[in-house]
Design a protein around this ligand. Sequence first.
Ligand SMILES: *[C@@H]1O[C@H](CO)[C@@H](O)[C@H](O)[C@H]1NC(C)=O
Ligand SMILES: *[C@@H]1O[C@H](CO)[C@@H](O)[C@H](O)[C@H]1NC(C)=O
Ligand SMILES: [Zn+2]
Length: 305
Amino acid sequence: MRFSCATILFFASAAFAIPFSNSSLPTSFPVQNQPTHPKPLVRCANELSLDQIQAAIAQYKSVPTPSELFRPASLIQEAAGIPVYFHVIAMNQTEDAGWVPLEQIQAQMEVLNSDDAPVGVQYNLVKVNYVINPDWFISAGPSMPQQDQMKAALREGGADSLNIYTVSFQDPAITGLLGYSTFPWDYAGNPQDDGVVVLFSSLPGGSTENYNLGRTVTHEVGHWLGLFHPFQGGCDGDGDLVDDTPAEASPAEGCPVSRDTCSSPGVDPVHNFMDYSYDSCMSGFTPGQIDRAQSQIRSFRQIAI
Ligand SMILES: *[C@@H]1O[C@H](CO)[C@@H](O)[C@H](O)[C@H]1NC(C)=O
Ligand SMILES: *[C@@H]1O[C@H](CO)[C@@H](O)[C@H](O)[C@H]1NC(C)=O
Ligand SMILES: [Zn+2]
């Protein structure tokens, strides 16, 4: 096993003092298995407007050249491994209620390290943090106050540290979501918000059919590295700011090989990690995406690559 693990710390629920009031314990959202999800699954919440893309480009152009941002030479070796803090939020200590077995987290790290090896980054799991908090488990999600509370209490490390949270997205406002992430250029303005949040049952061996090989984390970490969806902007314009991902009118579902939604050259990149296909359909990043990810994390995450 290539899994490298410095220290795994377990925080038993009783020992981990996360304040949540007894009265706020939700009773009206029973944990359900995936097939009974009332809404279809949505792979990702990272939809951006053209204005947001333009702002990101402007921000990228305004940062100092990468060499000015490199860490001192003595720290470069350490920076080659991205520290990962894995926060498992659960209802109680059963797997259906979010208590993801450690083996699934180790398998997830192997998938991520294998998928991202061509990018030239390696991820080192430094902590697994088990937290019982029904409110966060059910309602932490984009623009939800529970997400802010969760990240404020749990996030660790600096710009180069990857914090991954597993939750259930069961609140009606966010039901069916598989995951979402912050972007590298968001870090400076809101460091506490930085990180990736995914559906707990999307990890390898989890119960979410077609999305349980660990590619939800790969996709969301793709955003964390600075990548957009290949269908960003549809058939027109600069799309995902990468030249070698063919334009795509809309997200792919399932594995529609030879789908071709734009008149520009190339079939839709349905095998790309940044599309919305099934986990089994996804197989890689393009060289252009790898270049972009490297320059983004060099500039915004102080990762020497
Ligand atoms: C928590 O709520 C339950 C149900 O309302 C109640 O029976 C119990 O006494 C409460 N526990 C505490 C510590 O307040
Ligand atoms: C864990 O939580 C689930 C969902 O609320 C519940 O169905 C189950 O009975 C709980 N299990 C234990 C051991 O508390
Ligand atoms: Zn996405």
